[in-house]
Design a protein around this ligand. Structure first.
Ligand code: NAD
Ligand code: UD1
Length: 341
């Protein structure tokens, strides 16, 4: 169905970060068209987004590598900008299936950029990751630091950034914000949408909530001998709603600028594994039993952002603290013990 109102095309909008961003886009008055193949998500997330926002999400279901599907999506409304979340994101799986990761994450972006060109769309917000920095040489991480991803997943993010930078160099009207997320956790305060990992969670926070609800016996803490204040790994956890709001500000930035810019989205504060466990216990009054085990291969000791560029360019900063992340993530887990299914 065609509508005359300009809209934002969102790939991967049914996913964890995408669904929260759809809510904030709708709240900010944007119209949206969501393209998702539900390879790691459920259409139920989009129904929940509509419930929270009180507005409809236009859906074009399918794969971003399908040229005719993308043309349909770009014809659904006059598209003024694209936010590109769709990607595979499991680090361990990317090591086992690099071809699938490059095909989906790099091939998908190439198809999408061809479709943008056909439709004359010049504004593009990309989901990158702090994983592009690899082992930090200095902390906090600034956007100009060397990029050396440690696994195929991270490599696909870097290749996409290089592609987008080259594209901007070739077309002076193009505007791309590549948002390097640190560690998004938590959920929308309504408890209606949140992270819904399939199988055993790879990441710390969903593992903690599954232990707290009794789905898993205890958390394995990967190493207590890291060179950090308590020996456990330190990360920059960011509330997913703050991250979603960062995308709305990035869209506005792309409307008033041209060229390629990478921007860290983090809080600038590091939290250790044991500090996060404690904050969760305090915020939810639920115990999180844990045991210390060996280090996870490919891990780094510490990683947190210098979030100054986001403040300067986007006038954006994260405002929600770790306790709020825990309380909101727990509300989602309690209300949806089996996720969307
Ligand atoms: P997610 O898996 O929840 O969401 C990704 C969405 O994209 C899913 O709905 C999936 O079905 C869809 N998708 C994947 N391939 C597709 C394709 N070829 N065609 C159409 N749809 C497709 O992941 P997320 O956590 O919401 O992450 C969103 C983006 O942010 C990803 O690009 C991810 O790499 C990046 N990122 C995430 C994190 C994190 O910790 N969650 C950190 C840094 C970067
Ligand atoms: C992981 C990915 C990274 C990705 C990021 C966000 C790896 C090696 N890196 O990073 O590419 O961008 O997720 O999706 O997978 N931890 C435990 N027990 C657990 C799980 C994690 O102790 O069961 C520890 C880790 O060792 C780490 C911290 O918790 O110190 C955070 O881990 P995680 O949530 O997986 O995020 P990252 O390691 O930052």
């Amino acid at each position: 169905m065609n509508s005359r109102l300009p809209a934002i095309l969102v790939t991967g909008g049914a996913g964890y970060v995408g669904s929260h961003t759809l809510v904030e886009l709708l709240a900010a008055g944007y119209d949206v068209v969501c393209v998702d193949n539900f390879s790691n998500s459920s259409p139920e997330a989009l129904r929940r987004v509509e419930r929270i926002a009180g507005r409809a999400v236009r859906r074009v279901d399918g794969d971003i590598r399908d040229r005719s599907l993308l043309d349909l999506a770009f014809a659904a409304a006059p598209i003024e900008a694209v936010i590109h979340f769709a990607a595979l994101k499991a680090v361990g799986e990317s090591v086992l299936r690099p071809l699938d990761y490059y095909d989906n994450n790099v091939g998908g972006t190439i198809c999408l950029l061809h479709a943008c060109r056909r439709a004359g769309v010049k504004r593009f917000v990309f989901s990158s990751s702090a994983t592009v920095y690899g082992i930090p040489q200095k902390l906090p991480l600034t956007e100009d630091m060397p990029l050396a991803p440690l696994n195929p997943y991270g490599a696909t993010k870097l290749v996409n950034e290089l592609l987008l930078r080259d594209l901007c160099a070739s077309d002076p009207a193009m505007s791309v914000a590549s948002l390097r997320y640190f560690n998004p956790i938590g959920a929308h305060p309504s408890g209606l949408i949140g992270e819904d990992p399939r199988d055993i969670p790879n990441n710390l926070f969903p593992f903690i909530t599954q232990v707290a609800i009794g789905k898993r016996e205890r958390l394995s803490v990967f190493g207590s001998d890291w060179p950090t204040r308590d020996g456990t790994g330190v990360r920059d956890y960011i509330h997913v709603v703050d991250l979603a709001l960062g995308h709305v500000t990035a869209l506005r930035y792309c409307a008033r600028s041209t060229g390629f810019v990478p921007i860290n989205l983090g809080t600038g504060r590091g939290t250790s594994v044991l500090e996060l466990v404690k904050a969760f216990e305090e915020a939810t009054a639920r115990p999180v039993p844990y045991q210390i085990v060996g280090r996870r291969s490919g891990d780094i000791a510490e990683c947190y952002a210098d979030a100054g560029l986001a403040l300067r360019l986007l006038q954006w900063r994260a405002t929600r603290d770790v306790k709020e992340m825990c309380a909101d993530g727990w509300r989602w887990q309690q209300g949806n013990p089996s996720g969307y299914s």
